[in-house]
Design a protein around this ligand. Structure first.
Ligand code: GRG
Length: 308
């Protein structure tokens, strides 16, 4: 068996068409998301929820969940409701993050932010609606998975997005605003919670649905934590090096807000090499999955090579 972390170094065995894979999975996710929340009365709230949910985006979170479920012996169908819920939760966090009370952003995913189109009141409610429906969707639409695994998924989602996850990370981020002396420890806390916690839930839930062993679940979690931090380092780099058109959101925001970022602490080059080290460490965790780990390894590589 080829060690998983060596797959990306050996050109022959590494042949995996990631772009085709992502395109196909993105299409499946778009259709499932569109069907999950159809238009109904009251139109305004459903329109607002669908405006942000169907605004594009890389769909990295649902794809990670589907890929992990498949790698560990499950099917796309088993994981799709959880995958959609993860994208709903991610989208609601973006809607709330963009509000004037938080990051106050005008653009997201190449479009005006939700509150710019629907007003702050409806944007808050659209986020709430997506969040509540995410849980309902997992509970009601998951099929061919034992109930106790579905319950575990629901518990993990709750933990990843509450005060022990996204919400906690966002609070420390808000508290750190305008403080130039933020430590690496605090910066890591913010991003381990704001960004890595949800990515970890994506991967872990994919494994929970198939009932992986606790050892494998730990391996999957470590893979996800590593790609999560690498993802954020690259996000900080792109904020400096990419354009608004590329990102679909305001570029150069961190510098303008005088935020402490990884490139600010380490410089661009060092930040990039730290991200590469994290990706390498992530892939090592997948060794025991052999060839089946190709998609997750390719996604890890994509995270540091992306330009948006
Ligand atoms: C979860 C209850 C609850 C509230 C939200 C606002 C908030 C609390 C948390 C902020 C979370 C946040 C916005 C983290 C940033 C994560 C991040 C790097 C987003 C960008 O992800 P991409 O690049 O975006 O995958 P696309 O658009 O491609 O999906």
């Amino acid at each position: 068996m080829v060690a998983a972390h060596n797959l990306h170094k050996t050109p022959e065995s590494a042949k995996f068409d990631l772009l085709a894979y992502l395109k196909e999975r993105q299409k499946l996710c778009e259709t499932a998301l569109d069907n999950a929340i159809p238009m109904r009365y009251p139109d305004k709230i459903y329109e607002s929820m669908r405006y942000s949910l169907l605004a594009g985006g890389k769909r990295l979170r649902p794809i990670l969940c589907l890929a992990t479920c498949e790698m560990t012996g499950g099917t796309i169908e088993m994981a799709m409701p959880t995958a959609c819920a993860l994208e709903m939760i991610h989208t609601m966090s973006l809607i709330h993050d963009d509000l004037p009370a938080m990051d106050n952003d005008d653009y997201r995913r190449g479009k005006l932010t939700n509150h710019k189109v629907y007003g702050e009141d409806i944007a808050i409610l659209a986020g709430d609606g997506l969040l509540a429906f995410a849980f309902e969707h997992v509970a009601i639409s998951t099929q061919n998975v034992p109930t106790e695994r579905v319950l575990q998924v629901i518990a993990r989602l709750g933990r990843a997005l509450g005060a022990a996850g996204l919400v906690g990370g966002q609070v420390v981020d808000l508290e750190s605003e305008g403080k130039p002396d933020i430590s690496l420890e605090t910066l890591n806390f913010i991003h381990n919670h704001k960004t890595a916690a949800l990515l970890e839930a994506c991967v872990a839930c994919g494994g929970v649905l198939t009932g992986v062993s606790s050892e494998d679940l730990q391996r999957l979690s470590r893979y996800a934590q590593n790609i999560g931090l690498a993802f954020q380092i690259i996000d900080d780099i792109l904020d400096i090096t990419a354009t608004q058109e590329q990102l679909g959101k305001t570029a150069g925001k961190d510098q303008k807000a005088n935020k402490v970022t990884y490139p600010k602490l380490w410089g661009l080059e060092e930040s990039r090499s730290k991200a590469e080290e994290l990706i390498e460490a992530a892939c090592v965790e997948l060794d025991s999955f052999g060839e089946k780990a190709k998609p997750l390894i390719a996604i890890a590589q994509y995270i540091i090579n992306r330009d948006r």
